[in-house]
Design a protein around this ligand. Structure first.
Ligand SMILES: *[C@@H]1O[C@H](CO)[C@@H](O)[C@H](O)[C@H]1NC(C)=O
Ligand SMILES: *[C@@H]1O[C@H](CO)[C@@H](O)[C@H](O)[C@H]1NC(C)=O
Ligand SMILES: *[C@@H]1O[C@H](CO)[C@@H](O)[C@H](O)[C@H]1NC(C)=O
Ligand SMILES: *[C@@H]1O[C@H](CO)[C@@H](O)[C@H](O)[C@H]1NC(C)=O
Ligand SMILES: *[C@@H]1O[C@H](CO)[C@@H](O)[C@H](O)[C@H]1NC(C)=O
Ligand SMILES: *[C@@H]1O[C@H](CO)[C@@H](O)[C@H](O)[C@H]1NC(C)=O
Length: 642
């Protein structure tokens, strides 16, 4: 049965929101019966798509939402990332929270309802699945488990989030329809005590009357592990397999209801060193027809717009090696990373419009991206010269990043060999590299041990009396997903970064150690070193450059560009102090989305931290290009690595 009444009820919600005393609309409600979601008592077919406000520059929230509505969607699914909301224990970022509540208000203004997916675990190819790193240091805390320290931290987060979203629920005339419990928990475990506890926290935070649902994979064990009595059970992935599995394995009436594919994948993520093929649009059309037409069910396109893992936002997978996600979260989605519509958008829109009902707005015009002529990046100061000895921590054995109270970035581990006899052997930086270790002997670059390979470089090191060994360890992003169905055990969302265990040369344990945390939450004061013109460093180097914009434009989207760091090997980029993210010549990502929102009239300052300046092809330059540069290239650090 095709539902044609949809738009009428959507507009009545909007009318109710606009006028405090609606005369004809029923009192706002969102519920469901065995076959249908019901908005204000009438059938509501979910034509959903996911975008996460924390992956989109806030000034562009309206643009992305308007394009989603124009595609024929009526509902936006959205994750919230706990680590950005509560970056330190008890430290609530009101600005971050405000950008989420304003996103939800704008969604409503653009004619969209919202399904909230607050986790507390969200996966999402995000750093530690959205968990803040400080959870690792809370005594006795075990994430995603029926564990008092974890539930107490989660309760605090959910209560704070709920306070920010007060008044935005359907009952109050707002757009939030329902809230997801945890995220694909059945892939991870089957402790129903834990998921029931999360259900209770969500009911306390968002109200007993709030519709809750779970979203799991299409297997019997994932559905049985993740479903919660009294909570509507839904699936993600292949809708045909998923709906069949829901019908077969969800037998408890209190979990049954209308069918929803809570994540219908409109393609996939990117990770460093991996190609991905292009999206099979015809298969998508057939699946969407099946869900919306044959089944009269609901779906959410994951992602309708992926956006960007700015800064150190990306997560990783453990597959016997680290598979780290790129800064770009383009995902091959219908609205691309820069917010422009793609051919896939228009193909899927043609299908969605058959089910959207009512009047769907026209597709907003795509503004072309801009170009920035090449500008020089000049050596400013080596990274190690910016370290402040007052922040150094000494200890006999290496401390992890988390032991040091550090969430993201790099940690430098230094050891000086003091005994008269030399020591030599294969260098082992702890239980394994976590994640990418740059090695220096007496400040000269000696190689890389990189956990993105199952078999990284074997580096034999000899230390004579007085030699210093430095290990610069990069956190490439904490693992965000572990499935009890995979072949890679012992890595259950392990948060630890830096050096875990002891560093050995052959059979010799090296000690003691000096640690320099380099979180790069703020850039160091880059006083250009007096000797900068003669820098030819084999150490990580800050470089600076600038370009001038002299045509002010009221629409920042006209300034959007992709920034390529030419001659760079691996590093991070900041523009006007905003941390765009990581670049890596290995690819596939060869340019970073630079939103016009961070640019300004006059001089724009670019800072680059290049980790391997001596491997670059000579002078480094920045350049803004109209089309993203995207290709997998060789890895000069580990040509023979697998
Ligand atoms: C659920 O609601 C819809 C719309 O009002 C109605 O057509 C359908 O019969 C209801 N289903 C059940 C099982 O009550
Ligand atoms: C990636 O794809 C390109 C183009 O199809 C191909 O030349 C290259 O070998 C691939 N690289 C990897 C690592 O698969
Ligand atoms: C879906 O519906 C179409 C049109 O009614 C029909 O041709 C097709 O066979 C159906 N497919 C399935 C899998 O039921
Ligand atoms: C390092 O040594 C191991 C064990 O001999 C080997 O399996 C691996 O391939 C080596 N790595 C490289 C990059 O050669
Ligand atoms: C590191 O070595 C010390 C001294 O042998 C030992 O006490 C400690 O347990 C080791 N740490 C790990 C994690 O193995
Ligand atoms: C910098 O060092 C590299 C390798 O050590 C060398 O080949 C190059 O000529 C040097 N460049 C300058 C400008 O000194």
């Amino acid at each position: 049965m095709k539902i044609t009444t949809l738009f009428i009820f959507l507009t009545s919600t909007l009318a109710a929101a606009a006028s405090p005393t609606p005369t004809t609309a029923p009192s706002p409600s969102f519920t469901y019966n065995a076959t249908h979601f019901l908005l204000n008592g009438a059938p509501y077919q979910i034509l959903g798509g996911q975008m996460d406000p924390q992956r989109i520059p806030p000034p562009y929230h309206r643009d992305r939402l308007r394009k989603a509505r124009a595609m024929g969607l009526n509902t936006i699914f959205t994750y919230t990332f706990w680590n950005l909301l509560e970056p330190g224990r008890g430290t609530w970022d009101a600005g971050e929270a405000d950008s989420i509540s304003s996103f939800i208000r704008i969604a409503q203004e653009e004619g969209l309802n919202v399904v909230l997916r607050p986790g507390p675990y969200v996966c999402g190819e995000r750093e530690w699945g959205g968990f803040p790193a400080w959870l690792a240091s809370v005594p006795g805390l075990v994430v995603r488990s029926n564990n008092a320290p974890f539930l107490s931290a989660a309760e605090n987060y959910l209560e704070n989030l709920a306070r920010e979203l007060e008044g935005l629920h359907v009952r109050d005339g707002g757009p939030i329809l329902m809230v997801q419990v945890e995220n694909e928990y059945g892939s991870y475990g089957d402790d129903h005590g834990y998921t029931s506890a999360i259900k209770g926290l969500l009911q306390n935070a968002f109200g007993e009357d709030k519709v809750l649902y779970t979203n799991d994979g299409t297997e019997q064990w994932t559905l049985e592990g993740g479903s919660v009595p009294g909570v509507l059970a839904e699936v993600d992935g292949d809708p045909r397999a998923g709906f069949a599995a829901l019908r077969k394995y969800i037998t408890d009436a209190s979990m049954k209801g209308p069918l929803l594919d809570g994540e219908y994948y409109t393609w996939t993520f990117d990770s460093w060193g991996y190609n991905r093929s292009s999206a099979p649009a015809a298969a998508f059309v057939s699946d969407i027809e099946y869900v919306l037409g044959n089944e009269s069910a609901g779906l959410s396109l994951y992602m309708v717009h992926g956006g960007t893992n700015f800064g150190f936002g990306n997560g990783a997978l453990w597959q016997g090696k680290t598979r780290a996600f790129t800064t770009s979260y383009d995902y091959g989605s219908p609205i691309d990373e820069a917010g422009r519509t793609t051919p896939l958008y228009h193909t899927l829109r043609d299908t969605l419009l058959k089910y959207a009902g009512g009047s769907v707005p026209d597709v907003p015009e795509d503004i072309p991206l801009s170009e920035i002529p090449a500008f020089d990046l000049d050596p400013a100061v080596p990274l190690f010269d910016t370290l402040d000895g007052r922040n150094a921590v000494q200890s006999e054995n290496p401390l992890t990043m988390e032991d040091l109270g550090q969430a993201y970035g790099f940690t430098l581990y230094s050891h000086t060999h003091t005994s008269p006899s030399s020591v030599s052997g294969l260098l082992s930086p702890g239980d394994r590299a976590r994640d990418r270790v740059l090695i220096y002997i007496n400040s000269v670059f000696a190689g890389v041990i990189d956990s993105t390979y199952a078999y990284p470089q074997n580096l034999t090191v000899t230390l004579e009396k007085g030699d210093t060994l430095d290990l610069l360890v990069e956190n490439l992003g904490r693992v965000d997903y572990y499935s009890r169905g995979t072949d890679f055990p012992n890595e259950i969302l392990d948060p630890w970064k830096g050096v875990v265990g002891n560093v050995t040369l052959g059979n010799t344990r090296l000690h003691p150690w000096t640690h320099h945390p380099i979180p790069l939450a703020q850039l160091p004061h880059l006083e250009i070193a007096a000797y900068h013109t003669s820098i030819n460093s084999t150490q990580p180097l800050f470089l600076t450059g600038s370009f001038t914009l002299d045509t002010p434009d009221p629409d920042p989207a006209r300034l959007d560009t992709y920034l390529e760091i030419q001659g760079g090997v691996k590093g991070n980029v900041w523009v006007n102090g905003f941390h765009l993210g990581r670049y890596w010549s290995r690819g596939p990502q060869q340019s970073l989305y630079l939103p016009g929102t961070v640019l300004k009239e006059g001089a724009n300052e670019v800072v680059v931290l290049e980790l391997e300046p001596s491997r670059g092809r000579g002078g480094m330059k920045g350049v803004g290009i109209k089309d993203r540069l995207w290709e997998v290239r060789g890895d000069g650090d580990c040509a023979g690595c697998m």
